[in-house]
Design a protein around this ligand. Structure first.
Ligand SMILES: C[S@@+](CC[C@H](N)C(=O)[O-])C[C@H]1O[C@@H](n2cnc3c(N)ncnc32)[C@H](O)[C@@H]1O
Length: 378
């Protein structure tokens, strides 16, 4: 099995979670820039990244140019890419696609780079074909991130990176809108977030089943099933059970599924002991979301039952939190489901799960959610 060196280009919506997703799916990565990750992988593992939520592009045969102090012109970039193409670009038609990340780099324009690199690389065995090329050379002009809505402590390197687009990567994941499904309710989770939570939960590598004890309209179940993972979904409300079943049938993913009516604190009785589980869910919460503890007991009951079902499993959930969390690292004082985060983390620990990642996501001006990943406490 061949070994590949790949650069992953992350979606600008949430660079820290892009990197976490890449780590969960592939193991160690080298973060070259908040939105550029370099990985060395065997081909067999590549499929995992193609279903990712926050990976916009996968490039192979890459090379890069750091631009710390020196001024780099489009002509310089074209000369470097031209030299690289001699060795790495197979013959056949090609197109150059330049893309700016963050603020880009002063003096480097996308259009100019596309023209100059095209001129430099083209020749008899490599004609330009912008419509239907055999190969796409992607040139990333990566600058500092603009004032993003999500705090990030990654190093803000400036660099130009280029490579050949992996044809199988389909670009940023959007998913069909939940309103297109046969059963829709406003609680339906954004497909991109649902897909991200499933990806993060795969960090244990042994997952064969995704369990959602609060399945609602089946947003998480659909994403898992589309990735070919077995799904065990349940909800206290029988209308949601019926709705999830019709949505799963409609989505027609390769993963098998069962959906039942059940209270979330009894899933271990319903499904029994099942090894290889990821518990992925967004629990119900009251009208006042982050400032009330309405859903707390239900959440803790679900975590206890999950632990009985698979003590070696993984949990990925999303909890309503105060919007104060977005400007810096998550503090223990942050209000999450009506209590400070430090205390809630301890309550989660008492159910047998240790929080290994928490990252806030903006929902709207007065609400954010904390994406929380847990592994077994012992
Ligand atoms: C926030 S919604 C989940 C939305 C879902 N992720 C989707 O994409 O549609 C929470 C769900 O939890 C269910 N629920 C509330 N209390 C429950 C309990 N004690 N046990 C199981 N399900 C419960 C509600 O019926 C609701 O469907």
């Amino acid at each position: 099995m061949g070994v590949l060196s790949l650069a992953l280009v992350g979606n600008g919506w949430h660079p820290p979670l892009f990197r976490e997703e890449a780590r969960a799916l592939l193991g160690p990565i080298e973060a070259l820039h908040p939105r550029l990750a370099f990985v060395t992988q065997t081909e067999s593992v590549l499929d995992r990244i193609l279903g990712a939520s926050l990976v916009d592009d996968v490039l192979h045969s890459t090379s890069r140019l750091w631009t710390y102090e020196t001024d780099v012109t489009s002509g310089d970039v074209a000369a470097y890419v031209g030299e690289w193409a001699e060795e790495h670009l197979p013959s056949g038609s090609f197109a150059v696609r330049a893309r700016k990340l963050g603020l880009g780099i002063e003096g480097l324009s996308r259009k100019e780079i596309e023209c100059m690199v095209g001129d430099e690389v083209s020749g008899e065995s490599r004609p330009v074909d912008l419509e239907n090329p055999d190969h796409e050379v992607v040139v990333i002009i990566a600058g500092r991130e603009d004032a993003s809505s999500h705090w990030d402590d990654a190093q803000q390197n400036q660099m130009v990176l280029w490579g050949i687009r992996d044809k199988r990567s389909s670009g940023s994941y959007i998913g069909a809108s939940p309103t297109e499904r046969p059963f829709f309710k406003p609680v339906s989770l954004d497909p991109r977030l649902a897909r991200l939570m499933v990806s993060l939960s795969l960090s244990s590598k042994s997952t064969s089943t995704v369990v959602d004890p609060f399945c609602g309209t089946g947003g998480i179940a659909i994403e898992a099933s589309m990735l070919g993972i077995e799904v065990l979904a349940s909800d206290l409300d029988s209308r949601m059970v019926e709705g999830t079943l019709s949505n799963l049938e409609w989505a027609d993913g390769p993963g098998g599924y069962s959906v039942e009516k059940c209270s979330a604190d009894e899933i271990h009785d319903l499904w029994g002991e099942v090894p290889g589980c990821s518990f992925v869910f967004d629990p119900p919460y009251g009208r006042n979301a982050w400032s009330s503890d309405d859903g707390l007991g239900v959440l803790l009951g679900a975590l206890e039952s999950a632990r009985k079902m698979d003590p070696g499993g993984t949990v990925c959930t999303m909890l309503p939190s105060s919007p104060d969390s977005l400007g810096g690292p998550v503090s223990d004082d942050l209000l999450v489901m009506g209590m400070d985060w430090g205390s809630l983390r301890d309550r989660i620990l008492q159910t047998g799960w240790r929080v290994t990642l928490c990252s806030p996501v903006r929902v709207h001006r007065s609400l954010s959610r904390l994406v929380v990943l847990c592994h077994p406490a012992d």
